[in-house]
Write a protein that binds this ligand. Structure first.
Ligand code: DC
Length: 220
């Protein structure tokens, strides 16, 4: 069984997906981490996102690997564990830019389908329910107001000691939302059969409880 969780940046997808994966014993695949790894690979080689043929060339030999250590997803680039580096603020915007390129998406989607095809998996991203796994048994679409999403991201980054402002984060989120939902290929979009949840003002426990209720109903 596969569970798709899509939605814009900062809507709480990964926190919830991790919680659900723990409760249900499903594998958790954070697909955004894959696009972040691509972005890091391109930034490392100074390849701009508007040069798709160069991106495709670098992608051919880029050694991006997803591994699980003690049930936790790790991302490797060229054999190096980049799980922390891909979270850096500068990588977020680049991930949004590079993820708009069909050559990048096709390669990552192939990998995502391969992983999800092997075992019960919860995937979070932007296009899981619409493009990657249109036949996923359960689909959720998480949203929250841009102010709340910015506050969540800001708190997360500040905890890691990042130098950022709430206003800067909000603007970046708005830009990413726009890019992710306006690209031509597999944009961020709610699948017609996805359950939409506005998590503004809801605690993680409340969201998780609501979603688990739906999943358990389907599992019966
Ligand atoms: O979920 P995230 O913030 O880590 O994702 C980083 C970027 O990757 C996001 O701005 C858009 C892109 N992305 C995507 O296009 N499709 C996905 N399934 C997941 C992420």
């Amino acid at each position: 069984m596969n569970i798709a969780i899509d939605g814009p940046a900062g809507a709480g997808k990964s926190t919830i997906a991790k919680r659900l994966s723990g409760e249900l014993g499903f594998l958790y695949l954070d697909t955004g981490a894959m696009y972040r790894a691509v972005a890091l690979a391109m930034l490392g080689k100074n390849v701009p996102a508007d040069n798709e043929s160069e991106v495709a060339k670098v992608l051919e030999t880029a050694d991006i690997d997803i591994r699980y250590e003690n049930g936790k997803q790790k991302v490797f680039l060229g054999g190096e564990d980049v799980s922390e580096r891909i979270r850096e603020h500068s990588v977020s915007k680049a991930a949004s830019d590079f993820s708009a390129l069909p050559c990048v998406r096709l390669k990552m989607v192939e990998l995502q389908r391969e992983i999800a095809g092997k075992t019960d998996t919860i995937l979070d991203g932007r296009d899981i329910g619409t493009y990657v796994l249109p036949k996923a048994e359960i689909k959720f679409f998480l949203t929250a107001s841009v102010e709340e999403r910015a506050r969540r991201r800001y708190a997360e980054l500040k905890e890691k000691g990042a130098d950022c402002t709430l206003d800067g984060i909000r603007k970046d989120i708005e830009t990413r939302d726009y890019n992710d939902s306006h690209r031509a290929f597999a944009p961020l979009k709610k699948a017609d059969d996805a359950v939409e949840i506005d998590t503004t003002g809801m605690s993680i426990d409340e969201v998780a409880k609501f979603m688990l209720g739906i999943v358990n109903g389907k599992l019966k």
